[in-house]
Design a protein around this ligand. Structure first.
Ligand code: HAS
Length: 506
């Protein structure tokens, strides 16, 4: 039973103002839990293919491990879609429904929560059918003239629709809260969650138009063809802001939960709001930084997008300073002294915090490589090389994924009302991932600088370059460590769900 600690002075409605006072109906907790299970199950399948791709860079052909796999690109499509779309959408739909409910102190709309969940399930089923039967080996960017089965496009469209339904749910919650709290400022946790979805609502228009108006009718034979440049442009209209839709749930945790876990304090409420508003304003007009080498786009537009890309770098820089400030306070509260002493005094034995701190450290390198990508001239050196997957495994593949793992280390126990199983193993798992991704990215980044092409089945390629060999080995070794770490994570999660001590939730 929750203890409500205050009532609103004007309306008399109970106001939830401490975590202990917040409860969510069991049925809603169950949906959020299943969102996480689906997301992490997708990751479990995706990382098996990830291991195969990393080993391929090391020259090992392991395609034979996968009965029914028709080619390298089928595995790469499953890897990209399951990690970058299914995991991220499922986790975010669940997690941000919770943070909004927590921020506003009211439950979600039941019908909308279930509708978004089942829409996502239908989308995953359709896209999986197309990918596993080899009818959609078009990668997660699905550029025409590569064509996939209609079930793939419809599946992806439903996945986007599930985020829209979640968004409607958040706005419905907000409208309910507004009625009871006229003139009040939206609580920060709800504000940042809703801002994240508002950004994505606008950003996803491009991909929706591409899939519904061009690719789906084309795959059904209703259109004779598809314009590759127009399709790519619509794709990247959504395709860059989507990275912030992946990132911002991690930022919500870094701003609002990590300071508490570290016994620090949020640097500034208004500045946090400004950061999320900046993402909303600046993340959309940047898509052409993925198309610097595409012909048919005016040079001036590419320059405009380059400038905005440097603009959208700033909210992350502000985040770096805000988060470090909160952490420093935490480290000093734990007895840390001197310029860097506080860093070592942070509660590194808490797996949830350790995972997120390590994710942040890797993100510094992810951000730096992003700046190099964004620079028009330097992009010509790294575009379409393994440098780019080096960059994005340090951003979405670590800043986001390792943060999601860290969040899961308290969220799953809370949702299941069970203690986390294997706390020390969970800390080890985070470190293993951290070391693994640094080795992996070292290989990808250095290989990219030597011109090693991305999206290439290196183990089967007839051309090679001596300088790619060592880069491939780094990639293979790092990828193997990341794979082992991901498996450990799933083991810890499974053991927590089935055998975690009951009634000892955080
Ligand atoms: Fe990117 C390509 C530019 C961020 C993901 N990016 C990609 C692709 C993906 C991706 C998936 O301009 C490949 C797409 C494909 O398949 O072709 N990216 C940027 C820039 C940023 C950036 C400027 N990217 C991300 C994030 C991603 C992501 C975030 C996923 C979540 N990216 C590009 C460009 C390309 C690109 C080009 C096209 C390349 C090409 O040619 O194809 C920036 O937003 C980065 C800003 C980040 C920072 C870091 C701040 C650090 C923080 C941590 C603080 C913690 C500290 C440690 C300091 C400025 C917030 C404290 C810790 C303690 C323990 C005390």
């Amino acid at each position: 039973m929750s203890t409500l600690v205050a009532t609103h002075p004007a309306t008399g409605t109970p106001v939830v103002d401490n975590p202990a006072a917040f409860t969510l109906p069991a049925s809603q907790k169950a949906v959020i839990r299943w969102y996480l299970y689906i997301g992490f199950a997708a990751m479990g399948i995706a990382v098996v293919h990830g291991l195969a791709q990393a080993l391929s860079y090391a020259g090992k052909d392991v395609l034979a491990w996968f009965p029914g796999l028709k080619n390298y690109y089928q595995g790469l499509t499953i890897h990209g879609v399951f990690n970058a779309i299914v995991l991220t959408f499922a986790f975010t739909n669940g997690f941000l429904t919770l943070t909004t409910a927590r921020g506003l102190g009211r439950p979600a709309h039941n019908g909308l929560l279930h509708a978004s969940f089942w829409t996502l399930v239908a989308g995953v089923a359709l896209a999986s059918y197309a990918m596993f039967t080899g009818k959609a080996s078009v990668l997660y960017t699905f550029y025409p003239p590569l064509q996939a089965h209609w079930a793939y496009y419809l599946g992806l469209a439903l996945l986007v629709v599930s985020t829209w339904i979640t968004s409607v749910n958040l706005f419905v919650m907000l409208a309910g809260w507004r009625r009871e709290h006229p003139g009040e400022r939206i609580p920060l946790m709800a504000f940042v969650s809703i801002a994240t979805y508002a950004m994505w609502d606008l950003a996803s228009i491009g991909i929706a138009v591409e899939v519904v108006a061009l690719l789906l009718p084309w795959s059904l034979g209703l259109l004779a063809g598809s314009d590759p440049l127009f399709s790519r442009t619509l794709f990247w209209f959504s395709g860059h802001p989507i990275v912030y839709f992946w990132l911002l749930p991690a930022y919500i945790s870094w701003y609002l939960m990590v300071p508490k876990q570290a016994v620090g304090k949020l640097f500034s409420d208004p500045l946090t709001r400004v950061v999320f508003i900046l993402f909303l304003l600046l993340s959309i007009p940047v898509g052409f930084h993925h198309q610097y080498t595409d012909p048919g786009i005016a040079q001036s537009m590419k320059v405009v997008h380059a400038i905005f890309t440097f603009g959208v770098f700033f909210p992350s820089v502000i985040t770096a300073f805000s988060v470090v400030s909160a952490l420093e306070m935490g480290g000093r509260n734990h007895g840390g002294r001197g310029l860097v002493g506080w860093f070592f005094k942070l509660p590194w034995s808490d797996p949830s915090l350790a995972a997120q701190l390590l994710a942040m450290l890797v993100f510094v390198l992810g951000g730096v490589t992003g700046l190099i990508n964004a620079s028009y001239t330097m992009n010509q050196v790294v575009h379409n090389t393994t440098w780019v997957p080096g960059h994005f495994h340090m951003t979405v593949g670590t800043a986001v994924l390792l943060s999601f793992m860290g969040i899961a280390y308290w969220l799953i126990p809370w949702l299941k009302d069970r203690a986390l199983w294997g706390k020390k193993l969970a800390v080890l798992q985070s470190w293993l991932y951290f070391v693994g991704v640094l080795i992996f990215a070292r290989g990808m980044v250095s290989g990219g600088l030597e011109g090693l092409p991305r999206r290439t089945f290196r183990a089967g390629a007839t051309y090679t370059k001596a300088s790619w060999d060592l880069a491939g080995i780094w990639t293979g070794v790092g990828g193997t460590l990341m794979f082992v770490s991901a498996m450990l994570f799933l083991l810890i999660l499974g053991m927590t769900v089935f055998f975690g001590k009951k009634g000892e939730a955080p």
